[in-house]
Write a protein that binds this ligand. Structure first.
Ligand code: CA
Ligand code: CA
Ligand code: CA
Length: 230
């Protein structure tokens, strides 16, 4: 029994290490107080046909960086490998949000997005950021890096996805609950839509006196039955 279990673990370990040149165990990471589980999702990250579990740990301490995305590899027994691997890290509080956005570029692999609520962009720091990744095997490939408009916007507080223009590709929806677009509506929040497959230009919906409190959460769905998500 022990030998059988050992062989299963070993084969999974070898397979994972073989597939990810830069992937390492989460041994060098401090997970105490990391809010591991702030975001959760599933995606077949290594392309073996089995979903792997993604866990965000946005306050993890990793080589002077704050936040990481961990992956627990799924196996053919319907279980997940007990030790996490560090999949990715980037801007501050990376992993606060995660979303499998489906295969947006038609290459047969699911793509995904990760939010870092205290990340920054080229024009403003601490606005929050979201990185959209192409589903990959081996080296990571970034489709687009997005950021908020103002410091402390908490852009990336949530990420959702849905096909909002009916082209069959899921588009990205990002919340920034502390955005202030109108000084009279302080931190009223904003929601942004980025269309697939490039996720560059945005459509912004800002808080008004009617819809104050935008950006905390959202889900796309077809409300009026026209087969286009609302
Ligand atoms: Ca897998
Ligand atoms: Ca893809
Ligand atoms: Ca679309």
């Amino acid at each position: 029994m022990f030998i059988k279990y050992f062989l299963i673990i070993s084969s999974v370990t070898f397979f994972v290490l073989f597939c990810f040149d830069a992937l390492s165990y989460a041994d060098g990471i401090t997970l105490v107080g990391s809010k591991q589980g702030q975001s959760v999702g599933f995606i077949d990250i290594d392309g073996d046909g089995i979903d792997d579990e993604i866990i965000g740990a946005p306050y993890a301490n990793l080589h002077l960086k704050s936040g990481a995305i961990l992956v627990y590899m799924g196996n053919t027994y319907g279980r997940f490998f007990p030790r996490p691997f560090v999949l990715l890290s980037d801007d501050d509080n990376y992993g606060f949000s995660f979303k499998n956005i489906g295969d947006t570029d038609g290459d047969g692999r699911e793509d995904f997005a990760v939010g870092a609520i205290n990340g920054g962009g080229p024009d403003v720091s601490l606005s929050g950021s979201v990185i959209v990744y192409k589903g990959y095997k081996g080296s990571k490939k970034i489709i687009s890096k997005l950021s908020g408009e103002g410091a402390m916007d908490k852009f990336g507080f949530f990420i959702s996805a849905g096909d909002l223009n009916g082209d069959g590709k899921r588009d990205l929806i990002v919340g920034a609950p502390f955005n202030t677009n109108d000084p009279s509506i302080y931190q009223g929040g904003a929601v942004y839509v980025y269309l697939a497959p490039y996720f560059t230009s945005k459509i912004a919906i800002y808080a008004s006196s009617i819809n104050k409190g935008l950006g905390w959460s959202a889900e796309a769905g077809d409300i009026n039955g026209d087969n286009i998500d609302d």
